[in-house]
Design a protein around this ligand. Structure first.
Ligand code: CTP
Ligand code: MG
Length: 223
């Protein structure tokens, strides 16, 4: 089966607050987008990579990426960008969806997600136990509940899917769907999503604190 990795990289990086869109921000001179793609290619389990970039930076993305990586234009929301990636690679048997912002994701995690799909699972997500207590709140900030922490997981990428299932999930999704990950759309179809152990290094670089950590880790491993 042909494994296609879709890399949403079309976000603005508002929370990071750098001059350039987040996927183009560098760690030790290499863009997050390139680091994420290199990890996917180095995993040895990915046949083709599609990067979804901001419209005005398509050419810049092509210039930063290895030959053979396809680059397509993203949309306003992440869901629009992933949809564009799916459309660009209709021949996939398995899709991995992997945030450009998870630039330090170990290749071993990528390989474990694909191995799980190859063993017959149709939707696989990396998951970590949460360390903070998580509460639900109303719009005024009043606490409305405290879900049991032992039942909560923080979900990472790459998320892996049987290609037909992911296409069906996106066909069923509406434009203003509030799902914050791809598995959420699959769950709505009533299909079972399996978790596997995630990896702390697959953290999403979202804030300046995350960027500081990512740069420190990169400096430590390239010495
Ligand atoms: N993404 C995308 N298209 C969008 C929004 C997000 O391809 N319209 C991508 C981002 O580039 C990122 C991944 O989805 O690699 C996860 O999103 P997030 O961490 O939220 O990145 P941004 O949307 O860029 O950041 P922010 O929400 O702070 O603006
Ligand atoms: Mg975002």
């Amino acid at each position: 089966g042909r494994v296609v990795a879709l890399v949403p990289a079309a976000g603005r990086g508002v929370r990071l607050g750098e001059q350039t869109p987040k996927a183009f921000v560098t760690l030790a001179g290499t863009s997050m987008m390139r680091l994420s793609v290199d990890g996917l290619l180095a995993s040895g389990v990915v046949d083709h990579v599609v990067v979804v970039a901001p419209a005005e930076l398509i050419g810049a993305a092509v210039g930063l990426l290895p030959a053979g990586v396809q680059v397509v234009e993203g949309g306003a929301e992440r869901i629009d960008s992933v949809r564009a990636g799916i459309a660009a690679a209709p021949d996939a048997d398995i899709y991995l969806v992997h945030d450009a912002a998870r630039a330090l994701t170990p290749t071993t995690l990528i390989a474990r997600v694909v191995a799980e799909l190859r063993s017959g699972r149709k939707a696989v997500v990396p998951a970590l136990e949460v360390t903070d207590t998580i509460k639900t709140v109303d719009i005024l900030g009043g606490v409305t509940g405290t879900p049991k922490r032992s039942e909560l997981r923080a979900i990472q990428t790459p998320q892996g899917f049987d290609a037909a299932l992911l296409r069906r999930a996106y066909e069923a999704a509406s434009a203003d769907d509030p799902a914050t990950d791809d598995a959420g759309l699959v769950e709505r179809l009533g299909e079972r999503v399996r978790t596997i152990p995630g990896d702390p290094l697959a953290f999403k670089i979202t804030t300046q604190l995350d960027l500081t950590l990512a740069r420190a880790l990169t400096a430590a491993t390239t010495k």
